[in-house]
Design a protein around this ligand. Structure first.
Ligand SMILES: [Zn+2]
Length: 385
C-alpha cells in the first residue's frame, strides 16, 4: 500500500535564490491574506460563502490589474497552493477541528509549496521554477530509491534558516506483528510513563536551552524599539526557540518510532481528556512536552507500520483507580506521587498505575469498538486524579 511520507532537509539557497524565495513567500502570503479578507468580508456583509474556484478566477483577474502585475513575477503555483491551504483551513474550521483562519504575518515562518509542474527532480537534484540552479540540499538521509516527489515545500523559519520538505509516495511495509501492548500516560517529571513501568524523556533535558532562551529574551526586552541591536537580539531569541523546537522534534520522533516498533497496540488518552484536568501547572507541562504532536506522530506511524493506536476520549479516573483490584480512591492530590490501595494493599507509583489503567481501558475500547463508559467518574467528579 502506498503511503505519503515527507522528508525534510536543510537547504542553503544562493543570494539570488533567497531573493526569488523572498518574493515567492511574499506573493503566497499576499494571496492567502487577500483571499481570507475577501471570504471574511463576503460572509459578514452578505452572508455569502466564496469557495476555492471563485477565488481562483478572481485571482486570475487580479493578476491582470496594473497594480498587481508583480504577482506574475514568481511561479504561479505557490500562490495557487496558498488558496488551497486557505480552503483546507476553512474546511477544518467548519468541521470543528480548528479555529477561524488567521492572517499570515511577514514576521512568522514563511513557506511556499510547489507541485510537480513547478519543480524538476532528476533523481539527484531539485530545481524550482524560476531558478536556474538546483537547490543546495543537505541530504541528512537519502530519499528512497526511485522516489517520485509529488509536492515540494520550502520554508524559512524565524531564525532565518531554510528547509525543504519533499513529499513522496512510498511503499511502507508493515512491521512484523508483535505480541505486546502498552498504555502511555503523561507525566510531570518524565514526558511519558509506560504501563511497563518505564519513565522516558525527562523535560529537564531541555532546561539548559530554556535558560539560554530566557536570557536572550531578557536582553531583547532591554533594547530600544526600532534599533539595530533590537533586531539582532530578536534573531538570537528566534535561534534559541528554533534550537529547542529542533531538539524536541528529534526526541519525539525517536520516541514515537520506538514505541510503535515495540508494540502492536498503543493506548493513550486524547488531549481533550487530558485537558479536563484543570490544573495550571499540569496544563503547562502538557503544553511543554507537546503531547498533541506526539500523539499525531504515534497515529501516522501506527498507520504506516500496521499498528493500532487507541485513543481514549472519555474521562475516567485513571490515576486514582487501583489497576489490580479496581478500587477507586475518593481523592488523590497532585503532589501524592505514591499511594497504598486500602483494599488490596498494593503500593502504587501514581503514574505507572495510571498508564496501566490507560492500557486496560484502551484494550476494552478496541475490543468493543466503542467508547468507554465513564463509570464511577460521574459520581466522583472532583477532578483530582
Ligand atoms: Zn487495590
Amino acid at each position: 500500500m502506498k503511503q505519503k511520507r515527507a522528508y525534510r532537509y536543510r537547504i542553503y539557497p544562493t543570494d539570488e535564490q533567497k531573493h526569488i524565495l523572498a518574493r515567492t513567500f511574499g506573493c503566497a502570503r499576499f494571496v492567502y491574506n487577500w483571499a481570507l479578507r475577501l471570504r471574511t468580508d463576503a460572509y459578514y456583509e452578505r452572508q455569502e460563502r466564496i469557495g476555492y474556484h471563485e477565488l481562483s478566477s478572481r485571482l486570475t483577474h487580479l493578476k491582470q490589474q496594473d497594480d498587481h502585475i508583480w504577482l506574475n513575477e514568481v511561479s504561479c503555483v505557490p500562490p495557487q497552493q496558498a488558496l488551497r491551504h486557505l480552503e483546507k483551513a476553512f474546511k477544518n474550521f467548519f468541521e470543528g477541528r480548528a479555529e477561524y483562519p488567521k492572517f499570515h504575518c511577514r514576521h512568522g515562518e514563511q513557506s511556499a509549496e510547489y507541485t510537480t509542474s513547478a519543480f524538476k527532480w532528476d533523481g539527484t537534484s531539485l530545481n524550482l521554477a524560476k531558478m536556474d540552479a538546483p537547490l543546495d540540499i543537505v541530504w541528512s538521509r537519502p530519499l528512497p530509491k526511485g522516489a517520485k516527489p509529488t509536492t515540494v515545500t520550502v520554508t524559512k523559519d524565524t531564525a532565518n534558516r531554510y528547509f525543504v520538505s519533499i513529499l513522496v509516495e512510498e511503499d511502507i511495509k508493515p512491521l512484523p506483528v508483535v505480541n505486546k501492548q502498552v498504555g502511555l500516560d503523561l507525566g510531570l517529571k518524565s514526558m511519558v510513563i509506560t504501563s511497563d513501568g518505564e519513565h522516558v524523556g525527562n523535560p529537564r533535558y531541555f532546561r539548559k536551552d530554556e535558560k539560554k532562551l530566557a536570557q536572550a529574551q531578557r536582553r531583547l526586552a532591554k533594547k530600544k524599539k526600532g534599533s539595530k541591536n533590537r533586531a539582532k537580539a530578536r534573531l538570537k531569541v528566534a535561534k534559541a526557540h528554533a534550537k529547542i523546537a529542533d531538539r524536541r522534534r528529534d526526541y519525539q520522533h525517536k520516541l514515537s518510532t520506538r514505541i510503535i516498533r515495540e508494540n502492536q497496540v498503543v493506548c493513550i488518552e486524547s488531549l481533550q481528556v487530558k485537558n479536563m484536568v484543570k490544573n495550571h501547572s499540569l496544563a503547562k507541562a502538557i503544553n511543554d512536552v507537546g503531547w498533541s504532536e506526539f500523539a499525531r506522530q504515534l497515529e501516522y506511524k501506527a498507520g504506516w507500520y500496521g499498528r493500532t493506536l487507541v485513543k481514549i476520549d472519555k474521562w475516567y479516573p485513571s490515576s486514582k483507580r487501583c489497576h489490580s483490584c479496581r478500587h477507586v480512591l475518593d481523592s488523590l492530590s497532585l503532589d501524592e506521587r505514591f499511594w497504598l490501595c486500602p483494599e488490596c494493599k498494593t503500593f502504587h507509583d501514581r503514574d505507572i498505575n495510571a498508564a496501566k489503567n490507560v492500557l486496560a481501558v484502551g484494550l476494552t475500547v478496541s475490543a468493543c469498538g466503542e467508547a468507554v463508559r465513564p463509570g464511577r467518574a460521574k459520581a466522583l467528579s472532583g477532578r483530582t486524579r
